[in-house]
Design a protein. Structure first.
Length: 203
């Protein structure tokens, strides 16, 4: 059985705090033009200024974790908390963020084969090692939890990526198979990423 590679990730985005450069910028005097984060403080002419401030509350960047109103709405929809919710620039932006945050150079990540081509690149970009688990064509490319569990026991795995409905096969995974993988990852302290970008497509 694998030993957890690191402490379990915090599920509170609030724990990230404000970056040092943001603290320095916001601590500048009122008559200063802080350029530390590339964020101009001079006013734009109306109506652009009013529209911009309506959406961001500042000029011109909004919160890096997403607009608070949107985060709250997403959290309610998925029955999560505000601090468990992050808005990203698309699904690849979310995958990039979590792989960069939790995969160190040399760590192994299980990815599906066949699978979304970007998974391999995201892992390699973080310095990780992609390890494939097969989706069998003769079984309709459905998820076989035994294939994942066997690799968890053979390798020192840090993260498992699932994608159902699958890109590019369109195959589904049964609730029982997903539960078995989730349980195996939890027992071993392995991070499980469930890419559900096509979750609203079903038979």
């Amino acid at each position: 059985m694998n030993v957890p590679l690191r402490p379990a990730p915090s599920n509170r985005l609030a724990d990230l705090g404000i970056s040092l450069i943001r603290q320095l910028s916001e601590g500048a005097s009122a008559d200063a033009i802080p350029l530390g984060i590339g964020e101009p403080t001079w006013d734009l002419p109306a109506p652009g200024r009013d529209i911009l401030h309506q959406w961001t509350g500042r000029c011109p960047y909004g919160a890096g974790t997403g607009l608070p109103e949107l985060r709250q709405a997403v959290a309610q929809f998925y029955q999560a908390t505000f601090d468990e919710t992050l808005i990203t620039c698309g699904s690849v932006g979310a995958l990039f963020s979590i792989v960069q945050a939790w995969v160190a150079p040399g760590e192994r990540v299980l990815i599906p084969d066949p699978g979304f081509v970007t998974y391999r690149n995201l892992v390699r970009f973080a310095g990780g090692i992609p390890v494939e688990y097969p989706l069998n064509e003769h079984d309709g490319y459905r998820l076989d939890p035994d294939q994942i569990v066997s690799r968890l026991d053979q390798h020192r795995i840090n993260m498992v990526i699932l994608n159902h409905p699958s890109n590019p096969t369109g195959a589904f995974a049964s609730p029982e198979a997903l539960a078995a993988v989730a349980s195996a990852c939890e027992e071993r302290g392995v991070i499980l990423v469930s890419d559900e970008v096509y979750r609203d497509l079903y038979l």
